[in-house]
Design a protein around this ligand. Structure first.
Ligand SMILES: O=C(O)CCC(=O)C(=O)O
Ligand SMILES: [Fe+2]
Length: 275
């Protein structure tokens, strides 16, 4: 949970409001606006693999590519009319804060200055998530158990509860704290830190009484970037626990494994690697 982060409270509220308005417009025209093509830079989807998945999820998501702003802003919708302005401001501030956070993490890990700069943190995605009230929450989930594949996630979870984290094999509710962000370590940061930082499993449960809107920002490497345990950490104290991979290939496997309920990291653990 991150507080005192410097992002204005009214901007945190505004971004949720724009997300609510925008999703509402799209949901009314779901058939024409949704797409199952993961390569699309801006898309509305309800499930990551509708045909293959065992449980259909109680969530609509709109995904934006965000970095650099000037390369992507034209792809974003412009209805509601203030969407581009609000999101542009929000995304830029979240990015600045995330890079600062990554630099503090870098220092804590004892890595050389600038380690996360460049391709490792080049890209940024943003999701608007909308979880409508569910008539029977025992039958489905907003989002099943998963860890995020990216470097870090900065989640603005609004005011409605629903997020849970797995701790000692128990699901704990992480109820919203006003104006705080939830920060998740992603798989990529787990690999770079050679397991010193661990990605946390989380999920979203539904409720019968209120819709829930959240906004997640994900900082991640460019698709062709090589990800591996930091050499400095290996030199200092340990053996590498993970194989090197390109981020784009990793994400493809993540999507595949997630549908089967498996952790993608298993494929890349060196002790279990075939080659
Ligand atoms: O909406 C939430 O509370 C969590 C969303 C999430 O975990 C994700 O998009 O990866
Ligand atoms: Fe997540």
């Amino acid at each position: 949970m991150l507080t005192n982060h410097g992002i204005p409270e009214d901007l945190m509220r505004d971004v949720l409001k724009v997300a609510e308005e925008f999703i509402q417009l799209l949901v009314e025209d779901m058939e024409n606006s949704s797409s199952n093509d993961p390569g699309k830079k801006c898309r509305l989807y309800s499930n990551t693999g509708f045909d293959e998945e065992k449980v259909h999820l109680w969530r609509d998501t709109f995904r934006f590519s965000c970095n650099t702003l000037k390369d992507h802003v034209e792809e974003w919708p412009n209805n509601p009319t203030r969407l581009r302005e609000v999101i542009g401001d929000y995304v830029a501030r979240v990015r600045e804060m995330s890079l600062l956070l990554l630099d503090l993490i870098r220092e804590g890990l004892g890595l050389e200055s600038g380690y996360f700069e460049g391709d490792l943190s080049k890209d940024q995605l943003m999701n608007f998530n909308y979880y409508p009230p569910c008539p029977d929450p025992s039958l489905t989930l907003g989002l099943p158990k998963h860890s995020d594949p990216q470097l870090i996630t900065i989640l603005n979870q609004g005011t409605t509860p629903g997020l849970q984290v797995l701790k000692d094999e128990q699901w704990l509710a992480l109820d919203p704290t006003p104006n705080a962000f939830v920060v998740n370590v992603g798989h990529t940061l787990q690999v770079i830190s050679n397991g010193m930082l661990r990605s946390g499993d989380h999920r979203v449960v539904t409720n019968t009484y209120a819709a829930r809107t959240t906004v997640g920002c994900f900082i991640h490497p460019s698709s062709d970037c090589q990800v591996q345990p930091a050499k400095e950490l290996i030199k200092r104290c340990s053996i590498p626990l993970y194989k090197t991979f390109t981020y784009g290939e990793f994400v493809k496997n993540y999507v595949k494994d997630n549908l089967d309920g498996n952790s993608v990291l298993k494929r890349y653990e060196l002790s279990q690697a075939q080659d």
